[in-house]
Design a binder for this molecule. Structure first.
Ligand code: MN
Ligand code: MN
Length: 470
C-alpha cells in the first residue's frame, strides 16, 4: 500500500469524517445490532399506543428488579423504582450513591405518537354504512391515513368504573378498519386541490360496517347492528363512548426494511425508538454515582399539556417522593435537584431524504446510519422557541459519547424558513436542568410507516446507557 501523502494524513486528523456507521463495525458488532433490532421490532408490535407502552414497560421493569415506588417506604443506593402516572406516563430511577441534591442523570422520551382519536360522539350511519368520526392527534399529513389498514386501541370505562381494554386489528384473525378515498377516475377536481386539503379533517371517517340489523320496523339498521355486536361482546351501549379513549393507528406490522435488512419500518417510531432504547438502557444500570432517571412522557405530540404531559408537576411530585423516601427532603430541595440535573431529551429528528432535497441544508442534516443525532436547538427561523443547549454541556455529552465509542452527528433540521419542531427539552431546561436533544434520524416522520436505521437504534441504546452512568 502506498504511503499516505501529507495532505491525506492531515485530512485524517483534521476532518470530521462523518462515516456511514456500517463501515465501522465488526461482524460481531453487526450481529449485536441486528439482534437488538429484533427485540425492538417485536416490542413495537406489542405496544402501539401510550397506554400499551406503559403497560409493557411496567412488565419489563418488574421483571428486572424495579419496584413500584408506592409500595416502597424507604430508599437506599442502587434501589430501583418506577412510578406510573394514570397509565400513560412513567418515571423510573436507579438510586445513586450521591445525595439527590447533586442532581440526576436523566433520559426523557415520549410514548405518544400521531394517530386518529375517536370523537366523543363517534358512531353514525350514512347510506347503509356505519362510520366513526375522528379527530386527529398530533401533526399528520391527512391524505396518508386513507386506504391503509387501521386498528382500534384503547379503553372503554363504563359508568360503574368497569374498564374494557380494546385492541382490534393486530391479530391476523381480527378485522381491520379503513378510510376510503376517491378513485382517480372521478378525482380530477380533488387532484387540483393542494396536498394539504385533498383530504380534510372531516373526511377522516372510519368505515366500520355495512350489514343491517334484520328488522323492517327500525331505522339506522347498520348502526344498530354494530351497537348490538359491541353490546354482545363488551356489554356496552352507545353512551359508553362518552367515557372511552379509543385511538386508530396503522395496523401494519413493524418489519425489517431492505434487501440488507439494515432498517426498521414501523408506525410510531417517533418516539418509541427513543422510549424503547432508553428503557432498555436503564435496565443495565447498577450502582450509579448519581441517580439515573428515565422519563416516558405522554402528550408530547400535542404540546405536552395536561396531567400526563411533561408540563405537569407530577414529575416534581415524583422527585419529592424520592427525596422523602431517601430522607433527604428539605425546603426547596426539588428545585436544587432539578437545577443540578443533566438530561438527554431523547427524541427523533428528521433524516435527510434524497427524494426531497430542496428542504434540507445538507451540511447540517441528520443522516441515516451516521449514529445518534444531537440537536443543539430545535425551533425554526431565528431559533424561535428553541431550547438552545450551551457549549459546555455539549462538551460534557460529547465526552461521554467519545469515551464509549458511540457514533454521533450534530444536526439541525431543515433549511431556514421551511418549518421547525420541538420536543420536551425546553420544559425541563426551563426548570433549570442542562438539557439537549439527542435521538435518532427518521425518514417519513409522523407518517403511518416511519423508517429508522438499525445501526442508529443501537447507538441510541449505547448512548443512553452511558449517560445514565454519567
Ligand atoms: Mn417526538
Ligand atoms: Mn413527533
Amino acid at each position: 500500500m502506498a504511503e499516505k501523502t501529507k495532505g491525506e494524513v492531515l485530512k485524517d486528523s483534521l476532518f470530521d469524517k462523518k462515516e456511514n456507521g456500517w463501515l465501522t463495525v465488526s461482524e460481531e458488532q453487526e450481529n449485536k445490532i441486528m439482534d437488538f433490532a429484533e427485540g425492538y421490532i417485536a416490542f413495537l408490535n406489542r405496544a402501539k399506543t401510550e397506554r400499551e407502552f406503559i403497560n409493557e414497560a411496567k412488565k419489563i421493569l418488574l421483571a428486572n428488579g424495579f419496584k413500584d415506588l408506592n409500595e416502597v417506604s424507604s430508599l437506599k443506593p442502587n434501589d430501583k423504582v418506577f412510578y406510573i402516572n394514570r397509565n400513560k406516563s412513567l418515571f423510573a430511577s436507579v438510586i445513586g450513591s450521591k445525595n439527590l441534591k447533586e442532581g440526576m442523570q436523566l433520559v426523557g422520551a415520549h410514548v405518544d405518537s400521531p394517530r386518529l382519536d375517536l370523537r366523543p360522539n363517534p358512531l353514525y350511519e350514512n347510506t347503509d354504512f356505519a362510520y366513526l368520526k375522528t379527530r386527529y392527534y398530533g401533526g399528520i399529513k391527512k391524505y396518508q391515513w386513507t386506504c391503509i389498514p387501521l386498528s382500534l386501541h384503547g379503553v372503554i370505562t363504563k359508568a360503574n368504573g368497569e374498564k374494557i381494554e380494546i385492541n382490534i386489528g393486530e391479530n391476523d384473525n381480527d378485522p381491520i378498519f379503513t378510510i376510503s378515498d376517491l378513485l382517480p377516475h372521478l378525482a380530477h377536481k380533488q387532484e387540483k386541490r393542494t396536498l394539504g386539503d385533498g383530504i380534510e379533517g372531516e373526511d377522516l371517517n372510519i368505515l366500520i360496517g355495512s350489514m343491517p340489523f334484520k328488522d323492517d320496523k327500525v331505522s339506522s339498521k347498520v348502526k344498530l347492528n354494530i351497537l348490538n355486536i359491541l353490546n354482545k361482546k363488551y356489554g356496552t351501549t352507545e353512551k359508553d363512548f362518552i367515557s372511552s379513549e379509543l385511538e386508530l393507528v396503522p395496523a401494519f406490522k413493524a418489519k425489517s426494511l431492505g434487501f440488507d435488512g439494515s432498517m426498521v419500518a414501523a408506525y410510531g417510531q417517533d418516539d418509541r425508538v427513543c422510549s424503547y432504547t432508553s428503557l432498555k438502557a436503564i435496565l443495565e444500570v447498577n450502582n450509579p454515582n448519581k441517580t439515573a432517571t428515565l422519563i416516558l412522557a405522554d402528550k408530547e405530540e400535542i404540546g405536552s399539556m395536561g396531567n400526563t404531559g411533561m408540563y405537569s408537576e407530577v414529575f416534581e411530585y415524583y422527585v419529592n417522593e424520592l427525596l422523602h423516601k431517601l430522607n433527604q427532603n428539605n425546603f426547596n430541595m426539588v428545585n436544587t435537584v432539578l437545577c443540578h440535573s443533566k438530561m438527554l431529551s431523547a427524541d427523533v429528528t428528521a433524516a435527510y431524504d434524497p427524494n426531497f432535497t430542496d428542504v434540507f441544508e445538507k451540511h447540517n442534516e441528520a443522516y441515516l446510519n451516521k449514529g445518534v443525532s444531537i440537536n443543539k436547538y430545535t425551533g425554526g427561523n431565528g431559533k424561535s422557541g428553541a431550547s438552545d443547549a450551551n457549549a459546555e454541556f455539549i462538551s460534557y455529552v460529547r465526552s461521554i459519547l467519545e469515551k464509549n465509542n458511540v457514533t454521533y452527528q450534530i444536526t439541525d433540521m431543515g433549511k431556514i424558513g421551511v418549518g421547525g419542531g420541538g420536543t420536551i427539552a425546553y420544559i425541563l431546561a426551563n426548570r433549570g436542568m442542562d438539557v439537549i436533544d439527542l435521538g435518532i434520524p427518521v425518514l417519513s416522520m409522523h407518517s403511518p410507516y416511519e423508517v429508522t436505521s438499525k445501526f442508529d437504534v443501537y447507538m441510541a441504546y449505547l448512548t443512553y446507557r452511558a449517560f445514565y452512568e454519567g
